[in-house]
Design a protein around this ligand. Structure first.
Ligand code: TYM
Length: 342
C-alpha cells in the first residue's frame, strides 16, 4: 500500500479538558506551528467528543474548548492558514468513527494501554466511549485523508491502531482509499515529565499543580514552579550520556532544549558543569520569556469569545468541504445506498 500517493496533510488534536500544560505545548502545540509554517495544509482540532469519554461539567467544557482555541492561536496558529475546528461541529468525525468501530477488532482495542490506565481498576464502570476512543481518533485523522500526525509519545499506540484501521479498511474493500498516516513524534520534548517526579508524565490530571506548568500560569508562578522542581545534588553533565539514571535532570534539559529550539547536546555543551542553583534561574528566565506572551495573549483572546466562536464556525465550514466528500465516498465503497437529489 503506497503511503506517498496522497497529498501531504497534517491533522492533530488536543482534548479541551482543562489545564493545558507545558507538555501539551512542547509536545504538540509548538510543533503544530512548525508544520503550519512549512506551508502544509493543516487541521487542528479541539476534540470535545473525546473529552466526554469521561465526565465533563458542561459549563467547564465550553470554557475549556474556547480556552484551548485561544491557546492554539496564542501559540502561533493562524486560523487563516490552518483550519481550526471543534470536533463536534464536524459531524463526519463521529460518523466515520462508527464505521471504524466496525473495522477495529476487540482484541486491538483491549491492548490499548491508555484505556487500561484511564479505566483503572474499575474498567466495568468505564464508558463505552472510553473504550472506543481510539476508533474516533482514527476517524479524526482519516476523515481528512491526513498523512502526518504530530503528537507526543503517549499517543504512539493510538497512531499505530489508526494505521491498522486504515490498512484493514483498504484490504477488506480492495481499494487504496485511506492513507496510512505517519505519526510524527520528534524533538527534545516528546515526553515532558512531572516537575515533582521525573518518572511520571506531566499531566493535566496530576493532583499536584506544582507538577506542571499551566498555560494559564503567570510569570511568578512559572518561575516558582521551576525553582521548586525536583532535582538531584550532582552538577549537570556535558554530554547526554551523563543524564542516564537522572530523570529529573534529563527532563529539565529536554524542556530547555525544546523551548530554545536547541538539541540536548547543544544545551549540555553550554550548561555542563553548572549546578542546578545556576541552571534553574536560566530555565525560569527562558520559560517566562517564552510562555508569558502566550498566557497574556490567551487571556486577551478569552475576552473576545464571540471571535473564538466565529473562528471555530468558519473552521468547521472549511473542514466539511474536505470531510463530507470523503465520508460520502467511504459509504459508497461500503455499499450504502446514497440519497438521491429530489
Ligand atoms: P491530549 O489532549 O492528552 O494531549 C494533546 C497532545 O499533547 C501531547 N502531550 C504531551 N507531550 C509531551 N509531554 C507530555 N507530558 C504530554 N502530555 C500530552 C499528547 O501526546 C498530544 O499530542 N488522543 C489525543 C487527542 C486526539 C488526537 C486525535 C491527536 C484526538 N484525536 C487525532 C492526534 C490526532 C489526546 O488525548 O491528547
Amino acid at each position: 500500500m503506497s503511503e506517498t500517493s496522497f497529498t501531504p496533510r497534517v491533522f492533530s488534536g488536543i482534548q479541551p479538558s482543562g489545564n493545558l500544560h507545558l507538555g501539551n505545548y512542547l509536545g504538540a502545540l509548538k510543533r503544530f506551528v512548525d508544520w503550519q509554517d512549512r506551508d502544509v495544509e493543516s487541521i487542528f482540532c479541539m476534540v470535545d467528543l473525546h473529552a466526554i469519554t469521561v465526565w465533563q461539567d458542561p459549563v467547564d467544557l465550553k470554557k475549556s474548548t474556547r480556552e484551548l482555541c485561544a491557546g492554539f492561536i496564542a501559540s502561533g496558529l493562524d486560523p487563516e492558514k490552518s483550519i481550526l475546528i471543534n470536533q463536534s461541529q464536524v459531524p463526519e468525525h463521529a460518523q466515520l468513527a462508527w464505521v471504524f468501530n466496525c473495522i477495529a477488532r476487540m482484541g486491538w482495542m483491549q491492548r490499548m494501554t491508555q484505556f487500561k490506565d484511564k479505566a483503572g481498576k474499575n474498567a466495568q464502570n468505564a464508558s463505552l466511549g472510553l473504550f472506543a476512543y481510539p476508533a474516533l481518533m482514527a476517524a479524526d485523522i482519516l476523515t481528512y485523508h491526513a498523512t502526518h500526525v504530530p503528537v507526543g509519545e503517549d499517543q504512539k499506540q493510538h497512531l499505530e491502531l489508526t494505521r491498522d484501521i486504515a490498512t484493514k479498511f483498504n484490504h477488506d474493500y480492495g481499494i487504496d482509499f485511506f492513507p496510512v498516516p505517519e505519526p510524527v513524534i520528534e524533538g527534545a520534548a516528546t515526553r515532558v515529565m512531572s516537575l515533582r517526579d521525573g518518572s511520571k508524565k506531566m499531566s493535566k490530571s496530576d493532583p499536584s499543580d506544582a507538577s506542571r506548568i499551566n498555560l494559564t500560569d503567570d510569570a511568578d508562578t512559572i518561575a516558582k514552579k521551576i525553582r521548586k522542581a525536583k532535582t538531584d545534588p550532582e552538577a549537570l553533565p556535558s554530554e547526554a550520556d551523563g543524564l542516564e539514571g537522572r530523570p529529573e535532570a534529563r527532563n529539565l534539559i529536554n524542556i530547555y532544549a525544546a523551548m530554545n529550539n536547541q538539541s540536548v547536546d547543544e544545551v549540555l555543551a553550554d550548561v555542563g558543569g553548572k549546578q542546578f542553583s545556576e541552571f534553574k534561574p536560566m530555565l525560569a528566565e527562558l520559560a517566562v520569556s517564552k510562555m508569558s506572551p502566550i498566557t497574556t495573549e490567551m487571556a486577551r483572546l478569552m475576552e473576545h469569545q464571540d471571535e473564538i466562536d466565529k473562528i471555530l464556525s468558519r473552521g468547521s465550514e472549511r473542514a466539511r468541504a474536505i470531510t463530507a466528500p470523503i465520508l460520502r465516498k467511504t459509504y459508497e465503497i461500503m455499499g450504502m445506498v446514497p440519497p438521491i437529489e429530489m
